[in-house]
Design a protein around this ligand. Sequence first.
Ligand SMILES: Cc1cc2nc3c(=O)[nH]c(=O)nc-3n(C[C@H](O)[C@H](O)[C@H](O)COP(=O)(O)OP(=O)(O)OC[C@H]3O[C@@H](n4cnc5c(N)ncnc54)[C@H](O)[C@@H]3O)c2cc1C
Length: 459
Amino acid sequence: MSQFFDIIVIGSGPAGIFSALELADKGLSVLMIERGRELERRKCPALDKQIPCVRCSHCAITSGFGGAGAFSDGKVTLSSSVGGNLREFLSDIELEKMFNHIMKKLLEFGAPERIMGTDTEGVDKISFEAQKYGIELVRSKILHMGTDKGFRVLLNMREALISRRVDLHLREAVEDLIVENHEVKGVKTSKGKYFAKYVIMAPGRSGTEWAFEMCQKYGIVTDTNPVDIGVRLEVPFEVLKPLTDVLYEPKLVYYSRSFDDRVRTFCVNPHGVVVPEMTEDVVTVNGHSFTYPVSDYTNLAILVSTRFTEPFKDPVSYGKSIARLANLLTGSIIIQRYGDLKLGRRSTEERIRKSIVKSTYRGAVPGDLSFALPYRYLSSIKEMLDQLDRLAPGFADDGNLLYGAEVKFYSARIMVSGEFEVEHMKNLFAIGDGAGITRGLSQAAISGILAARSILNRR
Ligand SMILES: Cc1cc2nc3c(=O)[nH]c(=O)nc-3n(C[C@H](O)[C@H](O)[C@H](O)COP(=O)(O)OP(=O)(O)OC[C@H]3O[C@@H](n4cnc5c(N)ncnc54)[C@H](O)[C@@H]3O)c2cc1C
């Protein structure tokens, strides 16, 4: 087996896959290394058996071929204002072209042509209504693949990688980079050493700690990103139907009166299910939906963004500490009825049973979110729920369910050039969520293509 390649790609999420496809298309030899499992073998026991998270060594939801994207809802955002920082690299016109390119590619790989947010009149109406309650609607078109169709797209992409002779090493973790005089020469994995002229790091959020460790070891400069902390809400589908029918994912932003914090809706899953997710050693909550209805509910995250200032520089650890508190109290994710939270009492199995909303993740443990989430976050979340209740009556109903903690850890931002080459480290490129540059499928994929094109230009 050859140990020498033109390019090594670390991670097989959307960023890694799109970069490998672009490079292999031009006939270059590519080795893709992924520490998680094969797509079909990625099974989450907690989800299958509806039990609390069993803490697998590599979380099947976030790791394995396809990356975190494999079981994501496949909502491909086609707007530069959300999902990452690529506006720093491309103009809006160039980004628009890239979104179209990504969409075309996904359709070629079998994504359904289901684009939401195109009914301008409907969108204007929602935007106007939201403004009355101090809420801003972020306009964004979305290609919705659904977890099921997204899975098929990935199967087709894997076929394409194999047919272009990309060497795909699964269940093999990159442990270290091989570096000489500030120039990357290859990688050391759990199974051996591989050498290449160029290395692309695309480890995603689940690889945040590893990437940070590499940055510290090799003196790579990083910057901090904000951390988003909050809860996942599960409400009857009909409550959000007027919004989800038009937008699929209403992206709403509110600044709380109590703390002037930015609170937003995120990852809306109509007719979807709530799922656990593991990042390193902490269990947090997330959501899925399919192209067909699997529940009578919609789940979505309500997140509060915090960008810490000097001297604190470790928002990821802060987010993890909050998630760990929730894990400490219940061994898993906390579930609480909104009515119980308002009354200042914990939820119990019996109280949860009385809810009109029947939980779609029975592995969550009834408890009290106010023991885990700081007052600042809870009060901002409550404020936004009350405002949203005016926009979509029923949003803040006592019987709705809250799950926590939901934490979006945005990796430390690796400082890269306009070509995505890591500063002071020749021929090492950093892309996607793990580099702290993107926060979603479409921008992660675009960063992969751009890094690949930078390498092709050099050759
Ligand atoms: C449940 C869920 C739902 C989501 N829904 C959506 C959605 O609807 N729309 C959206 O835009 N985004 C969604 N996201 C986020 C989206 O999946 C990510 O933004 C995207 O996958 C990031 O792509 P990436 O390639 O940068 O990283 P990832 O997809 O995280 O891939 C990185 C890969 O690298 C591997 N890796 C890490 N470290 C190493 C190492 N040292 N050696 C070898 N391999 C390593 C990991 O195992 C992983 O498979 C969702 C995420 C989750 C978890």
